[in-house]
Design a protein around this ligand. Sequence first.
Ligand code: TXA
Ligand code: MG
Length: 354
Amino acid sequence: MKAEIVTMTAKEIDQEAIARGGEILKKGGLVAFPTETVYGLGGNALDPMASKKIYAAKGRPSDNPLIVHIAELKALTPIVKTVPEKAKILAEKFWPGPLTMIFEKSDLVPLETTGGLNSVAVRYPSDPIAAQLILAAGGYVAAPSANTSGRPSPTTAQHVEEDLGDAIDMIIDGGPVGIGLESTIVDFTEEVPVVLRPGYISLEMLQEVLGDVRMDKGLIKSDSNVHPKAPGMKYRHYAPKADLTIVEGSTEDVINAINQFVKEDQTNGLQAGIIATEETISEYPLGIVKCIGSREAEETIAHNLYEVLREFDQCQVSKIYSEAFYTPKMGQAIMNRLLKAAGHKIIKVGREEE
Ligand code: TXA
Ligand code: MG
């Protein structure tokens, strides 16, 4: 099966194509669609067979739960047991938007959708194309990122086509996404809300609204006995084909170290790639150098990360070196994805701070 590709923009939505996409979903088929974070692979969230199809198309382990996407607030109550007060506050503040919340699930949601868990992840995306498709499908669309399991999440319809073009019914091409990293996930099944996956909405933004919010201990890598609570966060996702290493330190030390590594690799007959920024790109004379964005506009780094990783998969490089991006707002989310792509390989260079 070759997916039908339909093109539209958020300003000019093709209503006929949306209606057809909705029908495909209602009949148990799969439709990929844009959201403000990354492209999603949609299936009817209340249909166990559709969820099974999603896992098969992505090659995803079936214990890794899907996010249920809604397009109106009143759709939340039927699929959860209760909505804690603090979750209502976050919904008011950040929905529709790049936030996913986890609740105890109601019987309406099949265990196939939640990977066997009694909780359900719910997201209300702000992208108008996503919203219209969800409504046309009956209101509940399960959608993981529309990549083959283990590849970087798709930020364009072309990425979706590369990975899933032969496995699904329809791809809605709404152009490149806005944010480029998946939604922030907050778990409400325990006393204190816990961030299971950092995203555009940062821990600080959540704390400002709620007070006490914690970061999942499993995300902080120092203790290898503690596992992330979101099953998906334990896999080595977003893995590029080449061996990726992050180099951390002062700008000057990082540039010198990366140039040295690339030179050594070339001496050994290996081609290397470099992930640089607008500010540093001219400092790397060797290797295949790609610009991820500007440190002055950290959202550009978030936006281009997956695209750059995919581009390197098309290059003949066996090693990639990346600068570290501990930027003020999205640094947590960017570094979470980059560290996973690197299998947590990070080299600290230069003198230790006193
Ligand atoms: O931005 C996003 O959230 C995108 C777009 C398409 O909306 N979707 C997305 O879905 O990133 P996916 O399936 O690639 O990631 C879902 C993550 C996984 O890490 C999964 O383990 C976690 O959410 N998750 C889902 N339900 C959960 C639950 N009940 N408890 C804990 N973690 C859950
Ligand atoms: Mg994913």
